[in-house]
Design a protein around this ligand. Structure first.
Ligand code: KIV
Length: 291
């Protein structure tokens, strides 16, 4: 496929692009994708990076949380995204229990995202408690994106999906965690659902770019779950999401029109059907009659 925005004309986004965008004070854009057509669209929209998030579990697989998502789920969806997006930096989200049990297992699982699934980097949740794991994965040559603040894999420990870092000790701990992740080798950190002032303060203190979600405008970049932004996920919409479309409603409308057309005999019409030539049809009828 070729168009003025064809991905062949643009340079592949790398972790270095992230760093130079921060240096040049240019905002980094990131969105999630879990399948080929969405990845294609996000890439054509020239978004810098695609996160194959474990939000997959909620917005595509219908689970209540991200906890049931497995490595096999992630690898399967990452592969589809890698087939669709050729320019964006591709980040695969390490699912719950793929990096917590042991450092060895974490490195092997991180490696699968690059070796099998076509990702350029991995993301994992947590602060100081992840220092050794981040160092080991980065030591294996795999770029790591950190994730602090509201970390959905710890939803039960956090007591729900609530804003983090809202008082002075919690804010100080988040800042320390961000510095630890930077020292451990993360190339970037997602800051989720934390106060705007804190996100801006952390972003200014760090050399690596921060990517905010529900963390205000002071981050070096922004990420949203594409299904939220497109209005495709109807169960709930977090307050920090700006909806740019209402595709769920449009989808239901189109599907209803199809039902009505089939029931009224308006679909399929001639333009959506195939016909045999008269000669072939006559020959066919002749052949079945003579049997
Ligand atoms: O899984 C995901 O989509 C995420 C983003 C919300 C940052 O981790």
């Amino acid at each position: 496929m070729s168009s003025p925005t064809s991905s062949t004309e643009r340079k592949k986004v790398t972790t270095h692009t992230f760093r130079s965008k921060k240096t040049q004070d240019e905002s980094i854009t990131m969105l999630t994708a879990y399948d080929y057509p969405t990845a294609l669209a996000v890439d054509l929209a020239e978004i810098d990076s695609i996160l194959v998030g474990d939000s997959l579990g909620m917005v595509v697989l219908g689970y209540e949380t991200t906890l049931p998502v497995t490595m096999e789920d992630m690898i399967h969806h990452c592969k589809a995204v890698a087939r669709g997006a050729k320019v964006a930096l591709l980040v695969g989200d390490m699912p719950f229990m793929s990096y917590q049990a042991s450092v060895d297992e974490a490195v092997r699982n991180a490696g699968r995202f690059l070796q099998e699934a076509g990702m350029d980097a991995v993301k994992l949740e947590g602060g100081r408690e992840r220092r050794t794991v981040v160092e080991a994965i980065v030591g294996a040559g795999i770029p790591v994106m950190g994730h602090l603040g509201l970390t959905p894999q710890s939803v039960h420990q956090l007591g729900g999906y609530r804003a983090q870092g809202k008082n002075a000790p919690a804010a100080k701990r988040l800042l320390e965690d961000a510095i630890i992740l930077q020292e451990a080798g993360c190339f970037s950190i997602v800051l989720e659902t934390i106060p705007t002032q804190l996100a801006q303060y952390i972003s200014e203190k760090l050399e690596i770019p921060t990517i905010g979600i529900g963390a205000g405008a002071g981050c070096d970049g922004q990420v949203l779950v594409t299904h939220d932004l497109l209005g495709l996920f109807d169960r709930f919409t977090p307050r920090f999401v700006k909806k740019y479309a209402n595709l769920h409603a449009e989808m239901v409308h189109a599907l209803r029109q199809y039902k009505v057309d089939v029931e009224n005999g308006h679909f399929p019409s001639q333009e959506h059907s195939f016909e045999m030539s008269h000669d072939d049809w006559d020959a066919f009828l002749g052949s079945v009659k003579s049997e």
